[in-house]
Design a protein around this ligand. Structure first.
Ligand code: ATP
Length: 268
């Protein structure tokens, strides 16, 4: 349902020059599965998920979502996905009900179907008691539920969650994670990014550890931990980060040596 092949994305930044945010990333995610992208700040998670949701175009490689290529058929992809990120906006002057209905209409749901979906989604997320609360008056937890509601209102088969629990207290985190698990049980294809080891352990059947824009390892959690001889995901994560940093330092050292040898005319 999601197929990612050698995906790469570079940005030009005036301070840093070319930044390779994502390099040679490949993975698959099937219906009824939660695939986790685990990585620290700046690892390339958001960039990868933005490409899958057609917000960004890849520089190299390809991604196919729900049978459509993200570059060739972005509109078809958009119809079949729900994308939720930290920036998924709540409008101050709209009530919970108005905002979710607005997105339902944007997705082209006919009136009857929209009404039916609204009732289902509001009931499922237990949002009925704040249907009429304005965005400006909502708590963080209410806002997060509204964000989920607007992400799933059109009942898409593919869901992309970019750090959906960031900034939430543990009670709301638990509600969000439980709902994501229920969506998986409904057969949705779910890609999910996080910094949190416990979240991947709880949610994901397979995980990819991403760091410095590259997948350092991927597979079922138990298998990965065993393959790398580590006791748990946390230790595995630190070991992979350390190895990647060591490789990076070595490459930088070699590049420096080559440059200084060129300067002196010596061959390495
Ligand atoms: N529009 C942009 N222009 C320049 N550089 C960018 C842009 N977007 C992302 N980057 C850079 O790409 C790299 C990966 O960023 P990305 O946001 O994908 O990481 P992330 O894993 O989602 O991090 P976080 O957990 O902090 O959200 C970072 O070095 C970031 O500064």
């Amino acid at each position: 349902m999601i197929h990612v092949e050698h995906l790469g994305k570079s940005f030009h930044d005036y301070q840093r020059g070319w930044v390779e945010a994502v390099r040679d990333v490949s993975f698959d995610c099937r219906p009824g599965e939660i695939f986790g992208l685990l990585g620290p700040n700046g690892a390339g998670k958001t960039t990868t998920l933005r490409i899958l949701s057609t917000v960004l175009k890849p520089t190299t490689g390809k991604a196919v979502v729900a049978g459509y290529d993200v570059v060739d058929d972005p509109m078809e992809v958009r119809r079949r996905i729900g994308f939720m990120s930290a920036g998924t906006g709540i409008y101050d002057r709209m009530t919970a009900w108005e905002l979710v209905a607005y997105f339902g209409r944007l997705y082209g749901l006919p009136k009857d179907r929209l009404r039916e979906r609204m009732e289902t989604v509001f009931g499922w997320l237990r949002m009925d008691d704040f249907r009429d609360v304005l965005g400006s008056k909502m708590s963080t937890g209410m806002k997060q539920k509204v964000s989920i509601a607007r992400t799933i209102i059109h009942d898409p088969p593919v869901l992309i969650f970019d750090e959906p629990t960031s900034g939430l207290d543990i009670l709301v985190q638990r509600i969000v994670l439980d709902k994501i698990l229920e969506l998986r049980d409904l057969g949705k294809t779910i890609v999910f990014s996080t910094h949190s080891m416990s979240e991947v352990e709880r949610l994901c059947s397979r995980v990819a550890i991403i760091y410095r824009g590259e997948l350092q390892a991927q597979g079922p959690i138990d298998e990965l931990v065993a393959r790398h001889g580590q006791p748990d995901v946390e230790e595995l994560f630190f070991a992979l980060v350390e190895q990647a940093d060591a490789r990076h330092a070595e490459t930088a050292r070699e590049a420096l040596e080559t440059t200084s040898n060129r300067g002196t005319g010596r061959t390495p």
